[in-house]
Design a protein around this ligand. Structure first.
Ligand code: NIG
Ligand code: FE
Length: 407
């Protein structure tokens, strides 16, 4: 099946197949061709170029982009879209002045979502989560990583991961799954973190691996949650099953989570609202993708990550939504891109690369998604006509999608 897209005002996000991620200065440019065509064969990008280089209009299906831009769909490498209900009661508490940590310490927060999830059947959880996934797809997300972590006991963690598997089977976008048993200490364990970590390593993880339910393993390595030592223990246990880490680090404090993640060759370390020179130095030369989640900074009123310093240090940077009921109840990647520009002072090009090729790397799909590259999946956004590339984050909530293609 051959599809031909013509009338492309500008094609953005072109990269050669050898580029798996962009770092430092290379993040500042976006490969583009004006007045372009793009050919798709059996769902994959087969060729593209300037209109005048197109020799034949022979195709099974023609799409006229009518002067709009064509770009790869967003890759959202960090989300918690599988959860039950919502937590706007805590939203009110936050408005009244309570911090995220205070709400968690009172037994709210993640534990609150775990209680709700426990009461929710797998089918109902699937339906609620699918609604969010459909919403994300409509906003241009073409790859989504989803975490467990609202189960906090073996049965409920497995329930979440099975729901993620069902989502993967139900949608045309790429879904990756991360086991986040160490998101908070399960209620039954009270202050006995040690016993809970043992449960994660000795019972949950073997079961998750046996059923092949996770692509990655996550730990919330932060003050009041899990220590760097816990994190290394869990990631070493995960490595024995061939599973790499993608961890939560440095959201609430200088947690040493980055160092823990890098020492275990984690695929990504995420959040990074609080980092110093030590974290930057430690990430240099590693294969770990630093990932920032500006939606959480926005919603919780926390500092934004030092995105520019990371890039100036020559590091790569990914951005993701962190869509979850407690710290970022939105999965709008275009808004994430806009926050990258407005709050973190990234250029539109840097923010775009952080939300496409680098976030594809951060979830292990850079070989098939994240750029306009021959052989990659033709997972594409055709935009409305707009004056320039910068208009995408600038006009952050003006509808911009004309058509989506999910092969
Ligand atoms: O990434 N920080 C830890 N986990 C989530 C929030 C989870 C919640 O509050 O429900 C996050 O921000
Ligand atoms: Fe998160």
């Amino acid at each position: 099946m051959k599809t031909l897209i013509t009338g492309i005002g500008c094609l953005y996000g072109i990269l050669p197949p050898s580029v798996r991620k962009l770092e430092g200065e290379a993040m500042s440019s976006v490969g583009s061709i004006e007045d372009a065509y793009l050919e798709i064969i059996d769902g994959n990008i087969s060729s593209f170029g300037p209109r005048e280089s197109l020799s034949s209009l022979d195709a099974d299906k023609m799409i006229d982009a009518r002067g709009g831009f064509v770009m790869p769909t967003f890759c959202d490498s960090h989300s918690h879209v599988v959860y039950a209900g919502s937590r706007e009661g805590e939203f009110r508490d936050k408005i009244a002045g309570l911090s995220y940590e205070e709400i968690a310490a009172r037994g709210g927060g993640i534990l609150n979502s775990a209680d709700l999830l426990h009461e929710t059947s797998e089918d109902e959880l699937f339906e609620q989560s699918m609604e969010r996934v459909r919403e994300l797809m409509a906003m241009g997300t073409g790859a989504l990583e989803i975490k467990s972590g609202y189960g906090l006991n073996t049965a409920d963690e497995l329930k979440m991961l099975r729901v993620i598997r069902r989502i993967r089977e139900a949608v045309p976008i790429a879904i990756k799954s991360s086991f986040l048993g160490a998101h908070a200490v399960g209620r039954k364990f009270g202050a006995d973190r040690e016993s809970y970590v043992k449960l994660v390593c000795n019972e949950m993880l073997p079961e998750v691996a046996r059923e092949g339910l996770a692509d990655y393993v996550d730990v919330f390595c932060d003050e009041g949650f899990f220590t760097p030592e816990d994190t290394v223990r869990i990631l070493k246990a995960a490595a024995a099953y061939g599973l790499r880490g993608k961890i939560h680090a440095n959201e609430l404090a200088l947690s040493k989570g980055v160092q823990a993640g890098v020492s275990c060759n984690a695929l990504s370390v995420d959040h990074l609202e609080r980092t110093g020179e030590e974290e930057i130095a430690c990430l240099k030369g590693s294969e770990t993708m630093p990932t920032m989640l500006p939606g959480a900074s926005f919603f919780l009123g926390m500092p934004y990550g030092r995105a520019k310093d990371f890039i100036e240090a020559g590091l790569p940077l990914a951005l993701a939504s962190d869509y979850n009921p407690g710290s970022s109840p939105s999965g709008d990647m275009r808004f994430v891109m806009a926050l990258g520009c407005i709050k973190m002072k990234l250029t539109p090009e840097q923010a775009f690369n952080a939300c496409t090729i680098n976030s594809a790397f951060a979830m292990g799909v850079d070989d098939i998604l994240g750029s306009i590259t021959p052989g990659k999946k033709a997972s594409l956004i055709i935009t409305r006509r707009m004056p320039s590339f910068s208009f995408i984050p600038y006009s952050h909530h003006t509808p911009f999608i004309e058509k989506l293609i999910f092969p």
